[in-house]
Design a protein around this ligand. Structure first.
Ligand code: ADP
Ligand code: MG
Length: 332
């Protein structure tokens, strides 16, 4: 497909109306206007074929969704509202019209779910399929949640089961999956978490509204590494309770059948895109009640913040193993 035809296709499939948008796709720049009392959040992520994804098992529709989802997750991690998106593509010649159309359909399906508007991008041909996506979001002035606010005594929480996405990737790789295998897999939740992660945008905002959150980020490289980021930025130490790390039943069954260790996926597996956050000491019950009333998301209390540096896994009374920065390196 020619560059011009692809841009026409993108324009045809995307909504272009937003009350702050003055110029969308079609001119040299997009133009949007700011509202008083709000801050802009901006984030960008690049996904490169055979490093971040594999089109052998990742359908173009779900890849379109995931390439946007990982960026929306960064906005969620600061409790922002995503608004505008830029999409830059490097496309090798072997990806045909139907593949590109399905990619754009997946991408726009998630844009619509989060009421975001695609306002521009760039399209070039090249050797390796690459998506570079930028999302602009907003937050009420000075309310975005940073990684810097955790204090000794805070509790550590995660908003879902850990390790599912990494286990899904393991299945795709080790069992030599193709797109048709992923559709009928016996590990539907693990595969779904790897192929089609859900950015927790509304949850991020609801958590922030409670006023009990002290620091937050999304899990992209595994909880051992991502909690290390919060701890390093906040100047504190993290303790994860080995017997409280949540996992999906499919993860335990996969590990049982293949003689694998679930904690390896749960602590070090990447790409769960779940919110990881700290809660002010003594506010845990109130926070859990607020979220149970406003969102239908399971929260798991998985550890605590102490004075010091680094992250440890508590495996028994007085038994601790350092796991700081034991994360996931991207290669497929
Ligand atoms: P320019 O030469 O000014 O970069 P382009 O021909 O690259 O213009 O793009 C024309 C318009 O189409 C611009 O508004 C640009 O933002 C938009 N555009 C190009 N590629 C994409 C894409 N992949 N997704 C969304 N908009 C795009
Ligand atoms: Mg251009």
């Amino acid at each position: 497909m020619h560059e011009r035809d692809l841009i026409d296709l993108i324009q045809a499939k995307t909504v272009r109306k937003h009350n702050q948008l003055l110029q969308g796709i079609g001119d040299d720049c997009g133009i949007f206007t700011s509202l008083p009392g709000t801050d802009w959040l901006i984030t960008t992520d690049m996904l490169v074929e055979d490093v971040h994804f594999n089109t052998k098992w990742h359908s173009p529709f779900l890849l379109g969704r995931k390439s946007l989802a990982v960026n929306l997750s960064d906005i969620a991690a600061m409790a922002g509202s995503p608004k505008f998106v830029l999409l830059s593509l490097v496309i090798p010649k072997r990806y045909d019209n139907s593949w590109l159309t399905a990619y754009i359909e997946g991408f726009t399906s998630l844009l619509d779910e989060y009421n975001c508007v695609l306002i521009g991008g760039d399209t070039v041909s090249g050797e390796r399929l690459t998506f570079s996506i930028t999302v602009l979001g907003t937050a009420i002035h000075n309310t975005a949640v940073c990684r810097t606010g955790a204090s000794p005594g805070d509790s550590v929480y995660v908003a879902g089961h850990l390790g599912s996405a990494a286990a899904g990737l393991y299945v795709c790789k080790e069992q030599n999956y193709t797109i048709s295998d992923t559709e009928g897999s016996k590990w539907p939740e693990l595969i779904r978490c790897h192929l089609d992660p859900i950015p927790q945008v509304r949850l991020g905002q609801q958590l922030n509204k409670t006023g009990f959150i002290t620091a937050m980020q999304d899990i992209s490289d595994g909880v051992a590494t991502d909690l290390s980021h919060i701890c390093q930025k906040s100047g504190v130490a993290g303790v994860l309770w080995g017997d409280q790390i949540p996992g999906h039943p499919e993860l335990y069954e996969l590990c049982r059948q293949n003689n694998l260790e679930p904690l390896d996926f749960q602590l070090r597996g990447g790409e769960d895109y779940l919110l990881l956050f700290t809660v002010r000491r003594g506010c845990e019950k109130d926070l859990e009640k607020c979220i149970a009333d406003s969102c239908n998301t399971a929260l798991f209390r998985i550890g605590t913040i102490e004075e010091g540096r680094g992250v440890v896994l508590q495996t028994g009374p007085g038994e601790r193993i350092s796991i700081a920065y034991q994360g996931y390196e991207h290669t497929t």
